[in-house]
Design a protein around this ligand. Sequence first.
Ligand code: PRX
Length: 651
Amino acid sequence: MSEPTIEVYENEDRTFAPSAEFTAQANTNDRSLYEEAEADYEAFWARQARELLTWDQDFTEILDWQLPFAKWFADGKLNVSANCLDRHVDAGLGDKVAYYWEGEPGDKITLTYAQLLTEVKKFANVMKGLGLEKGDRVAIYMPMILELPIAMLACTRIGVAHSVIFGGFSADAIVDRCVDADAKLIITADAGYRRGAPALLKPTVDAALEIGAPSVENVIVANRCDTDPAMTEGRDHWWHELMAAASDDCPAEPMDAEQLLYLLYTSGTTAKPKGIMHTTGGYLTQVAFTHKYVFDLKPETDIYWCAADIGWVTGHSYIVYGPLANGCTSVMYEGTPDTPGKDRLWDIAERYGVTQLYTAPTAIRMFMKWGTQEVEKHDLSKLRVLGTVGEPINPEAWMWYHEHIGGENTPIVDTWWQTETGANMITPLPGVTTTKPGSATHPIPGVFMELVDDAGNTVETGGGYLTISRPWPSMLRGIWGNEERYRETYWSTYEGKYFAGDGAKLDDDGYLWLLGRVDDVMNVSGHRISTTEVESALVDHPAVAEAAVVGGTDDITGQAIIGYVILRGTHEASVALGDEIREHVGVKLGKIARPKTVIIVPDLPKTRSGKIMRRLLRDVADGNKLGDTTTLADPAVVAAIADGAASSDED
Ligand code: PRX
């Protein structure tokens, strides 16, 4: 890594202060939380842990930090499912809705806190009946149905750690994860609805078990789509049959604060995914805190919706644990945003009166491409906070979100965090922070970050590598079964600091601008240029709907900027337009950032989780001898992208 010299960068100078009306009612509206945390961050988190959670046994020690191993609230005891369910029911909120669930075909279930608690107790007994014990691991491979949070919460009730595997993953991915974690049980469904048809899951589990995951003794199958899967006698059990026989008496067992809560596998720079470990007390403290303050949650009145998939960390923290710990009512949706129409999300948001929406920039750019007419069919005036997560948001997408979804008066919280961080780390607080389109602004109270250069020196303004300089409650506790890899991946680059793998820039006002993974930063003729910035400049051109930039290989300059673009509705692809788009970037960011090639394509290859498959785009660029020019939707390029997308499991 050379020193990040992000020269081609212009500050975005639009600012958006929270309205007086919003500030007046906000959960926090001044700097007091920041000041409190700066004065004594351990005491700050201890206060949050005690105020936001209910402990069976209070803790006497806040933080035990043996770099890089942290223990938070170690001698305290609590149960996650009791914090998410029992205490709300005990407080008389049993009839309150936990989830308004909507299936893709339009079927609906309203599940109250009391009902959810009963289901969780029964399913915990089902698992006990199959021999699961505290300390065991189970894999969960499910669509977005209510059985998924029920299964997760049931695990937490009895001290079993779950490993949720995203429903789009392959049999091989299931095998790797089950073998690595020694999972005893897989909980799945026959299928889930996607784009109007069942997407089968159980046959993939069968294929995985055929390849071999010897630790798996049982499979529990929820019947979602009536696809009549093959069931292996003695190994496979129907969810509804086991539940019909299960008792609903199952007290929550107090757990040590450092009891393993879950594993979530995430890919890194090597082929083998890492099992990120999260534990009980610190994790729940930070997800509850951020959910309350970042989304300005008012549990009495809000209808909150995180439109992610529970298969990713966003769903763990902000569909299941944060919202339930805070006793709020959530919407949960099974399917895709374009089924049956491209206004599905806005239709759901209007019908339930959604007050907070949390989604990803890639989705926002897709909605931009689909056009504002889809949004204008619906009344979105109840929305009060808009969230974004997962990748840097370009100012154009931010502005579109602000204008067309937020009606120009809804705060946007651009939340930076990772599977490893467990909860939001850098984000505006909507009643406090003046935002700038495209900047995640500042670390939350109690989180301390530093930008550093190659040598680890602190960078006050300009580009650098993002590090976290003090432990935080929801931090990963390690990589399952691989202490060395944990040290090596996160703690060996800069002494005493967690290396996030992201590049960022601090502007003159102290705002953080995330620039993407360091490995997505291109180096052209010795100049470091962020793919994100070039993408932002490309989509800033009025004819461009979406763009992806990769560093192709170039004999002379090392890397060359290759921009793939999708045109907006009525624009015709032409060499002249492509050249104009290239020039636009040159003007916007400087000549050095002008793409060598702009390729106009009908579509961009995305992973099942919605991330652009950059590696594939790089391979296509490298394999197609692209000139210093504009290339129209060359059939060879389009075919290479389609083939690569169909066969790749890059995720
Ligand atoms: O590069 C950052 C990007 O997503 C990475 C973490 O990915 P994952 O573990 O899959 O978690 C995604 C959901 C939390 C980070 O290293 N990232 C996430 N949020 C943002 C972001 N980049 C810029 N801005 C964000 N708001």
